[in-house]
Design a protein. Structure first.
Length: 375
């Protein structure tokens, strides 16, 4: 059947996610703040889960409408065709959020939505009590400006969990954001790529996955594999299709960090992702950065610092890195940072800055260049 779906994504990368879903051949793709809506079949649901680099999860939108009272909420949800999705024994917990709406109590909304679905399913299945002893059908709702949208979460664990990073060093970058940083920088596998503050290796690994055209979801499970109207076979076919889209080549991807433990962890993560063979890891001090090759791209997430002393240290680190970078010509530099003084610290000029969020941290993504006449 034709499904209305949405792909929540990090703020600032909606356009990238929209373009990706269009390339996958999905229909009616439209970007909104924090999500991309589209339509497709059950096969498309599986494909988008397996292949999307930027979506946080894939939701099946069961229904939407304006509500200003709990009675309106109950009647709207009860009128939605839940029997098309949730079987008699399905387990359907409810979670969600409310923003700038008259109904602001999330616990009350959870109870009302749960009751409405139960009444609808109980009537359709001819029972007074639903056993909920089967597979999981996670219900998610969003209430924004009095518009309620109720959905089923087909992904389960968020799509940023690729399966290659069971552990990480402090303050890791979410995989979906790392993939977006690589995409915005225009890296497609050609030329040199470097992350000199690689930490657990996420940016370099996402660059390698993109270079190989490897779908990020081929080594993980999804909630909808157990759904009666979707099933594992569709996901198996999606993984098979994704593997058929991969390509091989000669890549020059490097990742370094001053901490040997970080490099050890990054290498282990790359091994789990199946890209250890195309990433060159090394222990190195970014303040001594130097490259003799003609051109390349640097994408990195240096330490931000949260306390005053850490901020000061991070700024001194970026000043030293900026001096080293200025000695190199032909390399494009992209840095994500929450420090509004980054340009001043580095002694570099931003040609373009994009607003992004690393978790709850508001950041700028800077494309930095050497100032005119600067050495």
């Amino acid at each position: 059947m034709e499904l209305n779906m949405s792909a929540p994504c990090l703020f600032g990368i909606e356009g990238i996610c929209k373009n990706e879903l269009r390339r996958l051949g999905l229909n009616n793709v439209q970007a909104e703040n924090g999500r991309v809506r589209f339509t497709g079949t059950e096969d498309d649901l599986a494909r988008s889960n397996v292949m999307s680099r930027f979506a946080e999860r894939i939701l099946v939108d069961v229904g939407t409408g304006l509500v200003k009272t709990f009675d309106e909420c109950f009647e709207l949800v009860k009128a939605m065709p839940w029997e098309n999705y949730i079987p008699k024994g399905g387990v359907f917990p409810v979670t969600g959020y409310s923003l700038t709406s008259q109904l602001h109590s999330v616990p009350d909304l959870q109870k009302i939505i749960k009751k409405a679905i139960s009444v609808r399913l109980g009537k359709r299945y001819g029972v007074g009590w639903l056993p909920e002893n089967g597979d999981m059908y996670q219900v998610r709702f969003s209430l924004l400006n009095d518009r309620l949208t109720v959905s089923l979460d087909s992904s389960g664990v968020g799509l940023h969990k690729r399966g290659y990073r069971p552990a990480q060093v402090s303050a890791p970058l979410r995989e979906t954001l790392a993939a977006a940083l690589v995409d915005i920088a225009g890296y497609r596998g050609k030329g040199e790529f470097l992350d000199p503050f690689c930490g657990s290796g996420t940016i370099a690994i996402e660059a390698a996955l993109a270079a190989k055209g490897r779908a990020p979801g081929i080594n993980r499970d999804f909630a909808a594999e157990k759904w009666a109207f979707v099933g594992r076979e569709r996901f198996r076919k999606a993984v098979e299709e994704a593997r058929g889209r991969e390509y091989s080549g000669s890549y020059t991807i490097s990742a370094s960090d001053i901490d040997p433990r970080a490099i050890e962890l990054a290498r282990a993560n790359a091994r789990r992702a199946g890209v250890e063979d195309i990433i060159r890891f090394s222990v190195a001090d970014a303040r001594e950065f130097a490259r003799s090759t003609e051109a390349g791209v640097i994408v990195t997430n240096p330490p931000y610092g949260e306390r005053m002393m850490e901020v000061s240290e991070a700024q001194r680190l970026m000043a030293d890195f900026g001096r080293a970078y200025r000695k190199t010509r032909g390399w494009e530099l992209y840095i994500i940072s929450s420090d509004p003084e980054l340009e001043h610290s580095c002694g570099l000029k931003s040609e373009k800055t994009r607003k992004l969020y690393n978790g709850m941290i508001k950041c700028g993504y800077y494309r930095l260049t050497v100032k005119k006449g600067q050495k």
